[in-house]
Ligand binder design. Structure first.
Ligand SMILES: [Zn+2]
Length: 310
C-alpha cells in the first residue's frame, strides 16, 4: 500500500515539475549550453541576459548547483530548462538520472571526460534510461581543456570524438543528441554523421569560432548538401547548416563571452550565406521543435503511466 502511495506521489511530483517547466512562447534565442556550478549570482545574471535577448537557456547543472538551480528553473520556466551535468562513470548514475527526471530535468550534459569511449556498451543502460525519459543528451566532442597539467588524468580526446556519437544515435533512435563544438577539429566527420542521423545535431561553440575566423566560408564545404537531390543523401528541403544549434558554452555567467559567441555565430553563418530562415532555425526553431516534441512525448508517457497505476 505504501509503495503504491509513494508511486502516486512520485508521479504527481513529476507532473508538477513538467507543468511548471512549460514555456508559453517561442523565444528568439535558445542557448543549448550554459554551465552552472552553484556560483553565487550567476543565475540572476543569466536571467537578466535571457530577458534582454528573449532567450531560453539550457542550464547544465552540476551536483553542487542542483538545489539552487532546481528552484530557479521552476520560478523562471520561460527562461530556463535544466540538464544534469552528470558523470557517466558514477556508480549510482542510473539513480541520478531517475532523480533528475523526477525533478523535471529534461536532459543530461555536458557529458565529458568519460573513462571509456562514449559509445562503449557499458554506457548503454544509461542511454536506454535517458531514451525512456525522452531526455536530450549533450556531449562534449573533440579536443578538451587540460585544467591542471600537474595533475595525472584519465582523460582522452579520442574517447570523445564526434564519430563516437554515430553508434549511439543509431542504437537509440528516439534519443535526441547534441554534440558540442562540432567535433573540433573533426568537423567533416561530425557533419557527415549528422547528415545521416536525423536525431543528431551539433553546436559549434568554443575555440573553432576563434581559430577559423578568417576562414568561416570553409564550413560551406562541411555542410555541403543543401538542395542536393540524390540517392546518396537523405531527402531534405532544409539548409545543411540546420544541423547546427546555438550554444554559448559560457561558464560563471560570463555574459561578455555570451555576446562574443553570439556575434561569432552570426558572422560564420553570414559568411556562409546561410538564409535568414535557416538562421532562425539554428538560433531557436530547431530546438523549439525538439522541446515541443519532447513535451508531447512526456505528456503521453505520463498518461500511460497513470492509466497503468489505476
Ligand atoms: Zn565542451
Amino acid at each position: 500500500m505504501n509503495f503504491y502511495k509513494n508511486a502516486i506521489v512520485a508521479v504527481l511530483l513529476a507532473v508538477a515539475s513538467w507543468s511548471v517547466s512549460a514555456q508559453d512562447h517561442q523565444p528568439k534565442l535558445i542557448d543549448t549550453m550554459v554551465h552552472y556550478n552553484g556560483e553565487p549570482g550567476v543565475l540572476q545574471t543569466m536571467l537578466e541576459k535571457m530577458d534582454k535577448v528573449d532567450g531560453l537557456a539550457i542550464l547544465c547543472v552540476t551536483k553542487k548547483g542542483l538545489p539552487e538551480a532546481r528552484q530557479f528553473i521552476q520560478q523562471h520556466p520561460n527562461r530556463f530548462i535544466g540538464f544534469g551535468d552528470v558523470n557517466l562513470d558514477d556508480r549510482d548514475i542510473l539513480q541520478q538520472v531517475d532523480r533528475l527526471h523526477r525533478d523535471g530535468f529534461l536532459g543530461l550534459g555536458e557529458i565529458s571526460s568519460t573513462k571509456r569511449n562514449y559509445d562503449d556498451r557499458a554506457y548503454w543502460p544509461i542511454y536506454e534510461r535517458a531514451q525512456e525519459y525522452h531526455m536530450i543528451l549533450h556531449f562534449h566532442t573533440g579536443v578538451v581543456l587540460r585544467e591542471d597539467p600537474e595533475q595525472a588524468q584519465d582523460v582522452s580526446f579520442d574517447r570523445m570524438r564526434a564519430s563516437r556519437l554515430d553508434l549511439i544515435a543509431r542504437r537509440f533512435p528516439r534519443l535526441i543528441i547534441i554534440g558540442a563544438h562540432l567535433g573540433n577539429p573533426d568537423y567533416s566527420e561530425a557533419a557527415e554523421i549528422a547528415r545521416w542521423d536525423p536525431n543528431l545535431y551539433f553546436d559549434i561553440s568554443g575555440s573553432t569560432l576563434i581559430k577559423m575566423k578568417d576562414n568561416y566560408a570553409y564550413f560551406k564545404s562541411v555542410f555541403w548538401w543543401t538542395g542536393v537531390k540524390s540517392l546518396h543523401t537523405p531527402a531534405s528541403d532544409a539548409s545543411a547548416f540546420e544541423k547546427l544549434v546555438f550554444a554559448s558554452d559560457v561558464f560563471n555567467g560570463d555574459v561578455a563571452e555570451f555576446d562574443n559567441e553570439l556575434a561569432r555565430y552570426h558572422q560564420l553563418l553570414d559568411a556562409c550565406a546561410v538564409p535568414q530562415h535557416a538562421q532562425e532555425m539554428i538560433f531557436s526553431g530547431t530546438m523549439w521543435k525538439i522541446l515541443q516534441d519532447q513535451k508531447a512525448a512526456l505528456a503521453h508517457s505520463e498518461k500511460d503511466h497513470t492509466t497503468l497505476k489505476r
